[in-house]
Design a protein around this ligand. Structure first.
Ligand code: NAP
Length: 246
């Protein structure tokens, strides 16, 4: 049986690219989505057409009950989940920090931080109960170290929390054969910029990236898949920057 992998927010952007590549590499993929079922089903259809194994499952990662339901659904579909990519994430509205509403801050921390913590806790509890090994990759951001001034200070802070959590959890469970790492993408061509309120952001920021361009989601997915794989067997608590030099 193929190894079970949950990709949160796997219907679009970096998550979709990760789900597709994972299926090509033989994982059975649970493509999680929050609202956009059509996008998640399209990823699943593509995977199945290519001979892979996948199914779509709704669930808000920030909700404890949804997370348990998500893991239950994946286990029913293809057995124990050994791998998790904590990819679901939002930026909230772009702009000056002092103009930001408390609800936006809370929403971003709920999805990016609490969502990643809840999914990782569920994965580790279930792996530990079975005495199984596995791997988790958290999708952080280069913003965690730049702070994203004038744009996404709150979001950058949430990704710094993801980095810190990656290191702490990795060290806490290092002897259990469960590795925890993060990939920190730089600006990547997905819907996230439009969702933040500035669809033209990619063009505005590309000049500050040493490579002079944004990433395609397909350029981030291989880094995530490498950290999940046995090729990274001695790598845990690492934060792999994929930012075009940024
Ligand atoms: P995207 O295209 O906007 O897709 C976001 C995905 O997350 C969607 O599939 C969405 O589900 C899902 N999602 C959002 N909130 C959720 C929740 N509460 N529960 C479950 N799923 C949820 O974003 P992206 O650019 O691919 O971003 C993916 C990850 O990369 C995020 O963690 C982001 O912070 C990080 N990142 C992105 C960039 C960039 O420039 N794009 C740079 C650095 C880091 P629906 O489809 O159902 O809405």
């Amino acid at each position: 049986m193929a190894d079970g992998l949950i990709v949160t927010g796997g219907g679009r952007g970096i998550g979709a690219a990760t789900a597709r590549l994972a299926a090509q590499r033989g994982y059975a993929v649970c493509v999680n989505f929050a609202h956009n079922q059509a996008a998640a089903e399209a990823v699943v259809d593509d995977i199945k057409k290519g001979g892979g194994t996948a199914f779509a499952a709704q669930g808000d990662v920030a909700k404890e009950r949804d997370v348990a339901r998500l893991f239950d659904a994946a286990e029913r579909e293809f057995g124990p989940v050994r791998y998790l990519v904590n990819n679901a994430g939002i930026t909230g509205r772009i702009g000056k920090f002092t103009d930001l509403e408390a609800d936006v801050m809370r929403g971003v921390f709920d999805t990016n931080v609490i969502g990643s913590l809840l999914c990782a806790r569920e994965a580790v509890r279930r792996l530990t109960a079975r005495g199984a090994t596995g791997a988790i990759v958290n999708v952080s951001s280069t913003a965690a170290t730049t702070g994203s001034p004038g744009e996404y200070v709150h979001y950058a802070a949430s990704k710094a929390a993801v980095d810190s959590f990656t290191i702490g959890l990795a060290r806490e469970i290092a002897t259990q054969g469960i590795r925890v790492n993060a990939v920190a993408p730089g600006a990547t061509l997905t819907d996230i910029h439009a969702a933040g309120g500035e669809p033209g952001r990619p063009d505005r920021v590309k000049g500050r990236i040493p490579m002079g361009r944004l990433a395609e989601p397909d350029e981030i997915a291989p880094a995530i898949l490498w950290l999940l794989s046995d090729e990274a067997s001695y790598v845990t608590g690492a934060i792999l920057r994929a930012g075009g030099g940024f």
